[in-house]
Structures are given as C-alpha cells and as structure tokens.
Design a protein around this ligand. Structure first.
Ligand SMILES: Cc1cc2nc3c(=O)[nH]c(=O)nc-3n(C[C@H](O)[C@H](O)[C@H](O)COP(=O)(O)O)c2cc1C
Length: 445
C-alpha cells in the first residue's frame, strides 16, 4: 500500500549566483517554512538554480529586441545540440548531449538576467548527488534529490515538470512481472516516478513565486535511480526521425504548387537543405551529375524572353493560331515569372562513359538524366517539408540550345526543365490525386 504524500513549497528570497551554497539556501528555505528534513524525504530542486549556482550561463549578443533575443537563444541551442529533432519557424526542438529532447535544448532566458542564457546543468545526476551528499553531511538525513525542469510534451498541450537528475530517489517504479486486478501479467508498466515527483512539485508553485525547492514527504521507498534512466536512447526512440510513417508522409505530401505568395521570400536555409538532399539521390558511377542554377531577376527575364521566342517559332511552325500561342505563353509565364525563386536544373554529362555506338551512348545519357530526376524529387520533397511549394516545369527541356546560349553553358549541360519555388499562395487548392492502384503498377512476369 502507498499512503499519503505531502508536497510543501519552500520559497526563498535568494537570488542565485555562481558559487552559491545551494544546500545552505535550501536549509534556510526549510527553516523559514517551519520544516525540517526527515529520512526518506525527497527534495525537488529546479534545474534553474542548479545551473545558476554552477555558473552555466552564456552571454548573448546585447539586444532590446525580443525576437533577436529569441533567435540568439535558438542559435545557441543549435550549437549545443547533438541533433535537431524539429526545426520550425515557431519552435526548435533539439536533443541535448544528455539525451534530453526539449524546446531550444532546455536553454532558459527567464529569471536569468539581461543578456544571458542559462544552459541545463552539465550533469544533473551529479548535481543531485552532490546536493544529497551536502544535505547528509549537514543534517545527518538520508534524503533523495530530484533536479527538475519544465518541458513541453509532443502530443499534448501545456508543459509539465520532469526529472533531469536524481539521487537517492526512484526514477521508475518497475511493476513489470506483477499482475493487474484481473490477474493479467503487467509487461510494460513502469511509472516514471521521478517525473511524477517533478510534476507534483510544480503543482505548489508558479514560475514567478521564487520557489525553486519543494519538499515531498511520504514517498514509498523504492530502488533508487538516475535521471539518465529516464532518457530513451536513440535506438528505442520511435519518433527521433519519425519512423516509416513520417518517411512515407514526407514523400507523398509533396505536391506541385503553381501559385505562390509573392511577398514572402524563400529562406536560403531551406533552399540549401533541399539541394543538399538532392545530392543524396542515387547517381551512376559515383558521380553527382547535375547542377542547379538559381536565376537572378535579370537572367530570368532574359532567359524567359529567349525561350518564349523559341517556343513561339516552334508553335508557329506547327500552324498553331497566334491567339492560342499568346495564351499558352501567358499561362506558362504566370508560374515562371511570378515564382519567388526559379531554378534551372541541368544534368552534366562530364562523368558519362564513352561508347562507340549510339545505343549505349543514349543509354548512358539516360542514366544521368534519370539520376537528375531522382535529385529533383529529393529537392521537392525537402522543400515541401519546409512548407514550401514547388513546380517542376518542362520548358527548358524543349529548347536546350537556347538555354545554353543564353546562360553561356557548354554542350554537356542538358537542362531538365525549371523548378519554380515559393510559399504556396494562401488560396492554393491542390487537385485531388488520382486513386493509386498498386496492383496495376507493380506487375509480375
Ligand atoms: C519532368 C516533369 C515535367 C513537368 N512539367 C510540367 C509543366 O511543364 N507544367 C506543369 O504545370 N507541371 C509540370 N509537371 C508537374 C506535373 O504536372 C505534376 O507532377 C502532376 O500533375 C502531378 O501532380 P503532383 O506533383 O501535385 O502530384 C512536370 C513534372 C515532371 C516530372
């Protein structure tokens, strides 16, 4: 049986600085609250005061602008991170060297002081153990210490406190091997007791109440653990990079977007990430057989005009009426002229093997073109992941010489169309995708 638990806030007027005596501040707060320590008590300590006393502050570039300060903290989180878990304009989620996954890597800016950011404690388990040893030395009491912090949750709104470091207190209560009321064996049940203690501690304070310490009394004794016990290692983290569902979604969520928000520029970081992803596409003979030209406004205008002349001449030769030609050119221009960014991808045949006959020469060229297609798919998938739209337009494939002439490129550069890129226009409506009949596509012979 487990009995009554009491959770007592221990406020303190102390403003913590590097080198402060954390145990003394805690004992002062206990006395002020009319409390003492008893064997088996657990003291929850906000990681903020642990970091402050350990001097884990980092100066940030001076600024009065809240956005700039936020950006500086994000940049710091990036440099401190061992992995980026989610990177959105609103929030950056990183994995810290400890293995914690938190917004901005748990880097704190509140109640820290102007121009400073506060890192998480270097080794929260060691911090908890050091404080526990100090308390034992000064009071003779055997108490547990849990270093806590406030984290968001991926699947639920709101934050709760979690345990980063633990000493002399349980991390998990392992109920595996036991049975439920109906006698069914419990195979996975292991409540994260230390996280529950941390969350309970946060029930008796607010962020502005100056209450870094909370005393929990009445916890049933259990096998002590560490904060590290609660870190799910990467091998067992189903969501670290999203798993198969995320991969399938990333690929199938890419759609052709032909209308863009003209007022919003494409971030260079997204474009570079997309080109880097393109470079991971399969390619023959260990080559990277493509380049992408990002057109300046002047080059774009010049190239589109030259291509329009070529296209008009082709269609006139086909006997297409003048009005139809003009309409088709205007429609094409709507995408190519209006897109915030216009890329011209080229397959580059430098690395192609040479053959004496046409059959193998054409096959070799096809390999390179196929590889360029794979690269363009990767490019668009990653752009879509960033929320950007893209349209792969055939145009340049039909007038390669015009393109090479206008852009002053050698004969081995074969254009693969154009890719218009931008944020989708607010009123973008995607056409329903035709039903996919896998059995009609995946045939056996
Ligand atoms: C090589 C290639 C050339 C394309 N050329 C054009 C084009 O000239 N104009 C256009 O509107 N879409 C073009 N597309 C996009 C297709 O129309 C589009 O992929 C198709 O309608 C399916 O829509 P989704 O990409 O949204 O799934 C091209 C696609 C590929 C792969």
């Amino acid at each position: 049986m487990r009995g009554r638990l009491t959770v007592t806030p221990l406020p303190t007027p102390h403003r913590f600085r590097p080198g402060d005596d954390l145990a003394a501040a805690l004992l002062d707060a206990l006395r002020a609250a009319g409390e003492d320590l008893r064997d088996g008590d657990v003291v929850c300590v906000a990681s903020k005061v642990v970091s402050l006393t350990e001097g884990a502050t980092v100066p940030l570039p001076a600024t009065d602008d809240a956005h700039d300060a936020h950006d500086a903290r994000r940049a710091l989180a990036r440099t401190e991170a061992v992995a980026i878990v989610a990177d959105t304009p609103g929030v950056l989620i990183t994995r810290t060297p400890h293995g914690f996954v938190a917004a901005n890597g748990g880097i704190d800016g509140s109640n820290v002081g102007d121009g400073l950011a506060l890192l998480l404690p270097d080794d929260p388990d060691a911090s908890a153990a050091a404080l526990r040893a100090e308390l034992a030395a000064r009071t003779g009491r055997d108490v547990g210490v849990v270093v806590t912090d406030t984290f968001g949750r991926p699947w639920r709104v709101g934050q709760t406190d979690v345990a980063l470091g633990i000493a002399g207190a349980p991390a998990l209560r392992d109920e595996r091997g036991g049975h439920d009321l109906d006698g069914r064996p419990l195979a996975v049940t292991a409540p994260a007791v230390a996280d529950e203690l941390a969350a309970a501690a946060d029930l008796v304070r607010t962020k502005s109440s100056g209450t870094p310490f909370v005393l929990v009394r009445g916890l049933a004794p259990d096998r002590p653990g560490t904060g590290a016990d609660l870190v799910r290692d990467l091998e067992h983290d189903l969501f670290a990079v999203g798993g198969v569902t995320a991969v399938e979604h990333a690929v199938t969520a890419r759609r052709t977007v032909r209308r863009f928000d003209a007022t919003r520029p494409v971030p260079a970081t997204a474009l570079r990430a997309a080109v880097a992803a393109a470079a991971t596409a399969p390619a023959p003979h260990h080559t990277r057989p493509w380049r992408m030209l990002r057109l300046t406004t002047t080059t774009r205008t010049r190239l589109l005009a030259a291509m329009a002349r070529r296209w008009r001449a082709d269609l006139t030769g086909d006997g297409v009426p003048e009005a139809t030609i003009t309409r088709r050119l205007e429609r094409s221009d709507e995408v190519l002229r209006a897109a915030p960014e216009l890329l011209v991808p080229f397959v580059v045949l430098d690395g192609a093997h040479r053959y004496p006959d046409a059959r193998r020469t054409v096959a070799e060229r096809d390999l390179f073109v196929l590889s360029g297609g794979a690269a363009l798919q990767n490019l668009q998938v990653v752009l879509a992941g960033h929320g950007l739209g893209a349209a792969w337009i055939s145009s340049t494939v039909f007038c390669p010489q015009t393109v090479r002439d206008e852009l002053d490129l050698p004969a081995g550069w074969e254009p693969l169309g154009m890719v218009a890129v931008g944020w989708p226009a607010a009123d973008t409506v995607l056409r329903e995708r035709a039903p996919i009949d896998v059995d009609g596509l995946l045939l056996e012979r």
